[in-house]
Design a protein around this ligand. Structure first.
Ligand SMILES: [Zn+2]
Length: 515
């Protein structure tokens, strides 16, 4: 194996590991390296789906029995196969979440989750049981080995191409999306817990249905391309490979976080209350890399811009978690596919002022939260929703009349009798975000957006809940050169030749506490 692993902490070991002995041992035992003062050089980790069938797990009353040792035969097939692979690499220790964390102790789970990023970044290699639905599926497959090899053809060119390819040459054929079909779109990749495991591990060995795939910082290989995957067929684009901290830029890190959260919002979790916990290892890692303050899925330094996230309605809808999981201003409070329309490359005017922000956490500072609030000052406008013919509710604002299409967090819960408050977060222009490129072509530099969030009263005095977001598109050339009805609606105006937007006077600003 290569020595990739720039996030490794020398000398660090997990709280518990499975000691799988040497190649002849028929038993394994749980060891606690810090107690026995055992020096551990390497261990491997395992990413697998838990599935629905019961299997052996560590519990408080089993600790002693696990430490005394148990036969390998009591383990489900994937764990037994992982032992075989670790031994093949000459590695004596294995970390498996279900066997190394006390599953009936919330405190132990929280403590272990708080070091999850270190567990995976220090792994010698992460084994991914990509093709198995549960731990009984195993890593290995009976397969036709020839299937993984490249097909060779001797093309006969009958047109101009023969000028460029010599007759009688041998070409190779391989499916262009072989990695996507087998790994990227696999069931394992759509599980919430797996995302951080495969993103943080310095090396991943995927056990696919048809072949093995290897990814690390320096190379990617598979049985079709045992030396190196050809550049154009590279699969690292679909991996969330993180650069060494020394190469982190604030911009790059937060763009990567945006990608991660968008992918993560599309992953399933058996237990929806794990939404923040299953991402906490990656959040810790980003915290180390950026030094920023983590607020239940968002970063403090990025707050005004990233408050404007939306449920991606063409793909699905949103459902706010019950029981309480996070404050409404973070995407972590919802289940459903999200995206963050704000474009870091655009000329942006931030209109919202963050007066205060906080979340209440437990033992794991990047894990589950029990509360949180955001105090903001921003231009705002009261409105009432109306239903149009397509039944999707909109806001109608009078004087001047501007219809604002809202992306609701939960479409089912929209009430037409309640007063809503539109709060402007940012105004951006000349954005080249992919969804806007088409409009951009049509309107060129006159394409502008007012981004904002929609709040309703929580029932408590002066306290609000987020219920949606909006992007108000307007054509700058339609109004005066420095004014438009949309800007006027919120008491905003363009103040310089670069198109910077500011409030006309402080009286349009309102203070909100959002929970
Ligand atoms: Zn490497």
């Amino acid at each position: 194996m290569c020595d990739c692993g720039y996030f490794r902490t020398p000398g660090w070991t997990p709280t518990r590991l499975l000691d799988i002995g040497t190649s002849n041992s028929r038993t394994w035992r749980l060891c606690v390296p810090r107690e026995g003062n055992v020096r551990i050089r390497d261990y491997v980790t395992l990413s697998y789906r838990w599935g629905n069938k019961p299997f052996i797990k560590l519990a408080a009353d089993k600790l002693q029995a696990f430490r005394s040792g148990k036969p390998i035969s009591v383990l489900p097939r994937t764990f037994r196969d992982a032992i075989a692979v670790a031994r093949h690499f000459g590695i004596r220790y294995l970390w498996v979440d279900a066997l190394c964390t006390i599953q009936d102790s919330e405190d132990d789970i929280a403590r272990e989750c708080s070091v999850m990023s270190t567990i995976y970044t220090n792994s010698a290699c992460n084994l991914a049981a990509t093709s198995s639905e549960d731990p009984f599926g195993g890593l290995f497959r009976k397969r036709n080995y020839q299937g993984a090899s490249i097909g060779n053809i001797r093309p006969v060119w009958t047109n101009l191409a023969s000028k460029y390819w010599p007759l009688g040459s041998i070409d190779s054929i391989v499916s262009a999306d072989y990695f996507g079909n087998e790994i990227r779109n696999s069931l394992l990749r759509r599980r919430g817990w797996i995302l951080q495991e495969t993103a943080l591990a310095p090396k991943v060995l995927h056990f696919g249905e048809n072949q093995l795939y290897w990814e690390c910082g320096c190379t990617e290989k598979c049985e079709t391309f045992p030396h190196e995957v050809l550049g154009r067929l590279s699969f690292s684009g679909s991996r969330l490979l993180l650069p060494p901290f020394s190469k982190w830029t604030a911009q790059g890190a937060f763009r990567q976080w945006k990608n991660i959260t968008e992918i993560y919002s599309r992953c399933g979790l058996s237990n929806p209350s794990d939404k923040l916990t299953a991402l906490s290892g990656l959040a810790q890692h980003f915290q180390k890399g950026t030094g920023d303050v983590y607020l239940a899925g968002l970063w403090k330094s990025q707050l005004p811009r990233t408050l404007h996230w939306e449920i991606y309605h063409p793909e699905g809808s949103g459902k706010r978690a019950q029981p309480y999981r996070a404050p409404t201003w973070t995407w972590a409070s919802l289940d459903g596919p999200i995206w963050t329309p704000s474009c870091p490359d655009s000329h942006e005017s931030v209109l919202i002022e963050i007066v205060d922000s906080m979340v209440e956490t437990g033992l794991n500072p990047t894990g589950a939260v029990s509360g949180g609030k955001l105090i903001i000052r921003a231009p705002a406008r009261i409105s009432v929703p109306i239903h149009d013919e397509i039944s999707q509710p909109h806001f109608l604002l009078c004087n001047p009349r501007v219809l604002i299409s809202v992306s609701w967090d939960e479409v089912d819960s929209v009430s037409c009798d309640v007063e809503h408050c539109l709060v402007v977060t940012t105004v951006d222009a000349r954005c080249v975000d992919f969804l806007r490129r088409e409009r951009h072509k049509l309107y060129g530099n006159s394409t502008w957006y007012i981004h904002g969030i929609v709040l309703i009263s929580s029932g408590e005095a002066e306290q609000f809940l987020r219920v949606g977001a909006f992007s108000l598109f307007f054509d700058r050339t339609r109004g005066q050169s420095t004014q438009s009805p949309e800007l006027a609606l919120f008491g905003l105006q363009i103040v310089d030749e670069y198109g910077t937007v500011a409030v006309r006077d402080a009286s349009v600003l309102r203070r909100f506490e959002v929970v």
